[in-house]
Ligand binder design. Structure first.
Ligand code: BDP
Length: 657
């Protein structure tokens, strides 16, 4: 039992006989739907009915029990396949499938995974082995996993994928690679999945030999136009481009004195005739300027209204970089005439990678439910991006995938739940973290309550636990440089970019700790709509879980529970450690309920997580204590490491920032 079946553990045999499946037509998508039913569905007769009157539901569908039959209806064939996965999920989670009356409509049009896969098979921030895409073997040799991957995505409603790293190689657009991409697109298509590519802004110059890649240069524009036509000849339903430009050394329009809008619009114009879109990333910051957390807003707000309608700005959930907890990105809601979408990170770059059990649905929900107040109270990020508050031509939600060629796809068995949770929330952001966890556990492991309940509890608390042992109270980016795995709060890379050094983010000194983003500091608070600017800007009203994000707080500051900041910090780290120790206790009791392989693999990962939690706690407390000069409260475990020894740990995991 290696975990390769993911949550797709429908009964292997004894599906219903073919004459109990009623469908017209035999397109590839319908054939998949029929095959899923005949192999796995054990209930009543099912009729799949295309119904054009449901076209406002886009990929949505209805499921109705009528007499002795279940009728799944949708305007589109893919909606029928989604409906099939829906009833299979009900069957698998022991929900009654009689008297059904279900209407489903996706929250977002584009539900997209971003793979950060390189053409050489490595994956940027990937912790589940090499890339699934075997570029060397394509287009001739086709791995069976391409289709398994497509099926897994379709089963949770994911309908789009970017195949390659945002730090894109220009070669991705070479003819030979496009032919390989075409093969993947052909395999994914029946599962309702469209392919997109990350593109390098300098491609025309590098590949096409134009004098530059200036978006206003006619030759450059022509190169992109021809490239688009070449792509659409191979892949008629190609989705579009994802672009990281003028960010962390990537080329972009600013290299030629042009704006992000000039760059994005040039690409949007060439994709428009084919219905393609541009997802232009807002992840930009430069070392010379203001507080990193302010930069995306400063860069993009002046460009509002200047983007074509097939451009959508892709914004990371927080303004820094996928930290265990960040304030939400103030750019959400600030662009009034431009479509916005969220980018989450499923791969756990900053959350213990493939070693820590961290269930991310609560993090995703925290962002989606954040009220920006942009259009008055209730202007949540979910409502701003799903078309509810601002009618949008296209709505989308994305996340950086955690998938690789490991047998279990995601490195840690529980990391599968994060792929699953993203897909389910992209389909319906109203689902709760708890519902999703329960579904996933039941489908992936067992329907035994004695397993489901404790494991669900562990999953639901796990994100907060990781925050506690890594970066409680709004601390952020105190990771070791490069690999971002362990702690390095002392990191001060003199001569390098200040905003790549942990000391830049925590600002600890003898007075206190935390980044002053109030009016007396960087004034990042001013980027939030009232009343949030006031709430965050005032130390008394700032939520304590973000207090060190927005304030430089004295060590002896009295927290709401009466403890000093220093004591609070100590107790948070300690409670993070204890939580993980509890997870170990819970997990060991789960042995009777599941297979021995997955049991043992999770058990051994929890040991690593437990040791890491102590490492984090000791490193951070001992280091911060050198400023606070206060004792670690005597009722918590003493450090078991020497700070000097911890400073010597160098993991050879290499990376630039
Ligand atoms: C950071 C990663 C870096 C990515 C960058 C990005 O450390 O590897 O290239 O984000 O999103 O999280 O572009």
């Amino acid at each position: 039992e290696d975990g390769s079946q993911l949550w797709l553990r429908f009964p292997a045999k004894n599906g219903i006989s073919a004459d109990k499946i009623i469908t017209k037509g035999n397109s590839p998508t319908l054939n998949i739907a029929r095959k899923e039913l005949s192999s796995h569905w054990q209930g009543q007769t099912v009729e799949l009915r295309t119904d054009k009157s449901l076209k406002n539901f886009k990929d949505g569908y209805t499921i109705k029990s009528i007499q002795n039959k279940i009728i799944i209806a949708s305007a589109k064939e893919i909606g029928l396949l989604y409906g099939v996965y829906h009833i299979l999920r009900l069957q698998q989670t022991n929900v009654s499938t009689t008297n059904l009356s279900i209407t489903e409509k996706p929250s977002y049009d584009v539900r997209i995974l971003n793979h950060w896969d390189n053409l050489d098979g490595t994956i940027e921030r990937g912790y589940a082995g090499h890339s699934l895409w075997k570029w060397e073997d394509l287009p001739k040799t086709i791995s069976p996993r391409y289709e398994e991957y497509a099926r897994a995505n379709a089963s949770i409603g994911i309908n789009s994928v970017v195949l390659n790293n945002v730090n894109a190689s220009p070669n991705m657009l070479r003819e030979d690679y496009l032919k390989k991409v075409k093969i993947l697109a052909d395999i994914f298509r029946p599962y309702g999945i469209r392919v997109y590519l990350s593109v390098n802004f300098a491609s025309p110059k590098v590949l096409g030999g134009t004098e530059d890649s200036d978006p206003l240069n006619k030759n450059v524009q022509k190169w992109w136009k021809d490239k688009a036509s070449e792509i659409y000849k191979l892949i008629p339903d190609f989705g579009g481009f994802l672009v990281k430009a003028n960010s962390e050394g990537q080329p972009g329009p600013q290299d030629y004195g042009r704006t992000h809008a000039d760059g994005a619009n040039m690409m949007a114009d060439v994709l428009k005739p084919y219905g393609g879109i541009v997802m232009w990333r807002a992840f930009v910051y430069s070392p010379s300027k203001d507080d990193r957390a302010k930069q995306a807003y400063l860069e993009f707000v002046p460009l509002d209204g200047k983007f074509r309608d097939n451009v959508i700005i892709q914004i990371k959930n927080g303004p820094v970089d996928f930290q265990p907890r960040e304030a939400f990105n103030p750019l959400f809601g600030a662009l009034r005439k431009t479509s916005e979408m969220v980018e989450f990170q499923i791969t756990q770059e900053y959350l213990g990678q493939a070693n820590h059990l961290v269930y991310l649905a609560p993090l995703f929900k925290e962002t989606l439910e954040s009220d920006t107040y942009s259009d008055g109270e209730g202007s949540t990020i979910a409502k701003l991006t799903d078309g509810t508050l601002r009618p949008a031509k296209i709505t989308a939600i994305s996340a950086v995938a955690n998938i690789g060629e490991d047998a279990n796809w995601t490195g840690h068995h529980f990391a599968q739940s994060n792929w699953y949770a993203f897909g389910r929330l992209a389909w319906n952001h109203q689902l709760t973290s708890e519902q999703i966890a329960e579904e996933w556990i039941t489908m992936t492991f067992t329907d035994n309550e004695k397993f489901i309940n404790p494991v669900k509890e562990m999953m639901l608390t796990s994100r907060e636990t990781a925050v506690d042992y890594m970066m409680p109270l709004g601390l952020h980016h105190i990771f070791a440089g490069g690999h971002h795995y362990g702690p390095e709060p002392w990191g001060d890379y003199k001569g390098g970019r200040p905003d790549w050094s942990p000391v830049y983010y925590h600002q600890a000194d003898k007075n206190g700790v935390g980044f002053d983003r109030t009016k007396t500091g960087s004034n990042a608070v001013s980027q939030y709509f009232p009343p949030l600017n006031e709430i965050y800007g005032n130390i008394e009203t700032c939520p304590e879980n973000l207090i060190l994000w927005f304030h430089h707080v004295p060590w002896d500051y009295k927290m709401k529970d009466g403890k000093t900041l220093w004591e609070e910090l100590c107790y948070k780290y300690d409670s993070g450690v204890h939580e993980v120790i509890d997870y170990q206790k819970i997990w060991d009791q789960m042995e009777p309920f599941i297979d021995s392989q997955r049991f043992a693999e999770v058990q051994s990962k929890l040991k690593i997580q437990s040791k890491d939690a102590v490492w984090w706690k000791d490193a951070c407390l001992l280091y911060f204590q050198s400023f606070s000069k206060m004792p670690i409260p005597y009722d918590i475990e003493r450090p078991v490491h020497e700070l000097e020894d911890l400073k010597k740990i160098k993991l050879n995991m290499g990376h630039h920032n």
